[in-house]
Design a protein around this ligand. Sequence first.
Ligand SMILES: *Cc1c(COP(=O)(O)O)cnc(C)c1O
Length: 389
Amino acid sequence: MTKETNYGYMRQELKKLADEGNLRRLPQLAHDGRYVSLGEQRMLNLSSNDYLGLADDLDLRCQFLEELTPQDFIPSASSSRLMTGNFRAHRRLELELAHLYGKEEALLFNCGYHANVGILPAVADERTLILADKLVHASLIDGIRLSKCSYFRYRHNDLNHLEHLLSGQLDRYERFIIVTESVFSMDGDRTNLRALVELKRRYPGVMLYVDEAHAFGVYGPQGLGCAEEEGVTDDIDFLMGTFGKALASEGAFVVCDRTVREYLVNRMRPFIFTTALPPINAAWTRFLLQRLPGMTERRERLRGLGNMLRMAFALKGRHLPGDSQIVPIIVGASDRAVLKAEALQRHGFYVLPVRPPTVPVGTSRLRISLRADITDGEMERLIKHLQEL
Ligand SMILES: *Cc1c(COP(=O)(O)O)cnc(C)c1O
């Protein structure tokens, strides 16, 4: 009786979602390396963020296991890093990150979501104004909402609009934090970080927060991201990246100045009030990170595949948006996107439709996450089927 009355509003809401065709369910996938199976259908996984194909690389796992002893296999930190959960594996990973980026310091987080909901509320006070790109990730939006400060959203990748907003508020705030991603996950396009850094230099009190979740591992001579590629790591105050995408691990980091790290250790709630990453996980991340600079071939392959796909469409007079390993194919209405995704799945490619509210109404799309381990034959077939849709 009480359950019936207490949960009634949830049932109603779920029914509404189902009626609109927007009810989400967890897909029961079986994983087999780069393939996923749904029932009888085995498909190449083009919907994961395993861009370099590291997550299913058995050689890497074997190498890691060779060096591993039961003593090193520490599956839990058993407490927050401020209590007894600060292990050598965490610090060694941070030092490796700081060294690679040429920054003073690095700080680890349990995931990118924690980083993004924690850093901004810690550093932004009433005298701070946040200026965020219209399309930043939900975790950044939540971080902004948890902050005590005011904020504006500027039109996606429109630095003129950003500058217009910023210059109009100079007298009212002491500090400004510009928040963006370097590669945007739904449009697959990139931010011009150099232009952003130039803008920062023109105004006093401006800091830059760049989320490299989809760029870390994929861009830059050492795979450190777009900031490395554009030569601007020094100018980014909060350079944040995640390990759960191209790096085939879990967790996140910020590279920053010593002061910023110490401040976050003292003020950032999702850092303080949580059990630290398992030390074995930090060791695996470091193992991969040390090999990342040497993975140029995989990065070039990935870039080549993106160019191949865009070129094939350009030759047929169709422009595909974006400039990265994420290739959106905009089809318009949601039901069309669903049907087209199902057709591709029948041909053996696991591509998913992206619909509102994730993207604006009328821009439902197929979202293809390319991966470096796609073979030439698979790519040819993929292009053929995409063009027949
Ligand atoms: C995936 C993602 C995150 C969240 O990172 P997790 O480690 O998966 O929590 C944050 N920002 C962006 C842009 C992302 O794509």
